[in-house]
Design a protein around this ligand. Structure first.
Ligand SMILES: N[C@@H](CCC(=O)N[C@@H](CS)C(=O)NCC(=O)O)C(=O)O
Length: 248
């Protein structure tokens, strides 16, 4: 049976000060029932990617809201889970794992019947790994630099330069995905097969929505992102995170 509980770690609730997050996140209560799988998330962060996969897989899981603006992700109890102090973390039984791409690869391997990755030892699987690495090492960091230049630069002028360069880089990378989609004309990044990659790509497309040229403006990337967004599992994840429209 598919069940989801959105919980807030009790120890973190007292210092919750974020006004930008819907109150519903704060009203969620830890229900006391221990689920096998827990995803520590913050709305619209890269945790949205494994969140979509959990919905696609129909697993029983808990979402644990990490109050980023109360610095819950920098507290010792969270740093024990992820010493980088970054969201997300997945707990799966005794396993605690961070890095969204690694979490997702673990989930697709653990639940092969969900069919969110091509069969092992095939060329398609190799391309799946290639795109997973590409999204994690090219598009994801370029968007992070555009959205959070202050993580890398101290001076305002330097931040502006970084942002301009990151914007150009996101544009070049979007051209690459757009060309890939144009080349095979399939509905999904791998062509005919919907996979975990599509959840990753959609999450990153969403991050570009306020850029001068958002992903939806590319001729193939735009319709592709809208197609991913139409999937019921994706809609459920967006709704569970109370994400505002425009979604992409
Ligand atoms: N490479 C990491 C990146 C994780 C990451 O940067 N998370 C951001 C949100 S998308 C975060 O936790 N930011 C909070 C902070 O930097 O304090 C992954 O894919 O999991």
């Amino acid at each position: 049976m598919h069940a989801i509980n959105i919980v807030a770690e009790t120890g973190w609730k007292s210092s919750c000060v974020d006004e930008t997050v819907p109150a519903a996140h704060r009203q969620n209560r830890y229900l006391g029932k221990k689920y096998m799988v827990r995803l520590y998330y913050y709305p619209s962060y890269i945790s949205l990617f494994p969140h979509i996969l959990l919905e696609e897989m129909g697993l029983e899981y808990e979402l644990v809201f990490v109050d980023r603006y109360a610095n819950a992700h920098k507290r010792p109890e969270y740093l024990e889970l992820n010493p980088n102090g970054l969201i997300p973390v997945l707990r799966d039984g005794d396993l605690v794992i961070y890095e969204a791409a690694a979490i997702s690869l673990h989930l697709v391997d653990r639940h092969p019947s969900a069919g969110l990755a091509p069969p092992l030892r095939t060329s398609e699987r190799a391309h799946f790994y290639k795109w997973m690495a590409w999204l994690a090492t090219h598009l994801h960091p370029a968007l992070s630099m555009y959205l959070h230049p202050g993580k890398w630069m101290q001076e305002t002028d330097d931040m502006a330069v970084l942002r301009r360069n990151a914007e150009r880089r996101v544009g070049d990378l979007s051209d690459i995905i757009d060309a890939e989609l144009a080349s095979h004309q399939g509905p999904w990044l791998l062509g005919k097969t919907y996979s975990a990659l599509d959840a990753y790509a959609l999450t990153l497309c969403r991050w570009s929505r306020r850029m001068p040229r958002p992903a939806v403006q590319w001729p193939h990337l735009g319709p592709y992102a809208r197609r991913v967004l139409e999937r019921p599992a994706v809609r459920r994840a967006f709704q569970q995170e109370y994400l505002d429209e425009p979604w992409i």
